[in-house]
Design a protein around this ligand. Structure first.
Ligand SMILES: [Zn+2]
Length: 181
């Protein structure tokens, strides 16, 4: 089981926090040793797109850790106040500067090891103008036979691209759910 053990200090009073099982709970939570505040931690959603232009997909080369210099689909942590699709669109604009029309949900991939769920949407690029943001070294389009499979940043990106090209061959896109172990 994934135990992040990230919280060392209380977010309310700043005192030391300890991992304990609260009354009527069944797992350890970061609990303040002074004011008893309980800090719940839950998995995070990572939302992104598969931007498509004709027979090409858009990938971004990461200008940030982790996986600096590796290629990824535009994606990032979902923010409060937005839906998963809105977050995916926002990340596509921020990381690639691409203008896209959002299409259907495509993959839902659990990454239990790091406490994340990755959701990718298909997106149709409206033009080929790109304006990568500071988190991206470069953004460019790849045909299937050009995809740098050995230089992809994350398993969820690799799986999503494989599902995409497989579905495209079939001529029908469906939603794919899976677990990255
Ligand atoms: Zn406290």
């Amino acid at each position: 089981m994934y135990l992040p053990r990230r919280i060392q200090h209380c977010r309310v009073c700043g005192s030391r926090a300890e991992y304990r099982v609260p009354t009527d709970d069944n797992r350890e939570r970061a609990t303040c040793t002074v004011c008893a505040e309980i800090h719940y931690e839950n998995p995070l959603n990572v939302v992104g797109t598969v931007p498509v232009w004709g027979d090409q997909v858009l990938l971004c080369r990461r200008n940030i850790e982790p996986r600096f210099g590796f290629w990824t689909l535009p994606a990032g942590f979902m923010e409060f106040g937005e839906t998963t699709a809105e977050g995916a669109l926002r990340e596509t604009v921020e990381e690639a500067g691409a203008r896209v029309e959002m299409q259907g949900l495509f993959t839902v991939l659990n990454v239990v090891r790091v406490g994340q769920v990755h959701l990718f949407y298909r997106a149709r690029m409206l033009d080929t103008h790109l304006d990568p943001g500071p988190e991206t070294i470069e953004a460019r389009l790849f045909r299937e036979d050009e995809v740098p499979w050995d230089e992809l940043a994350f398993r969820t990106v690799r799986d999503t691209l494989r599902f995409y090209f497989d579905d495209r061959r079939l001529g029908q896109f469906s939603v794919h759910a899976g677990d990255i172990v």
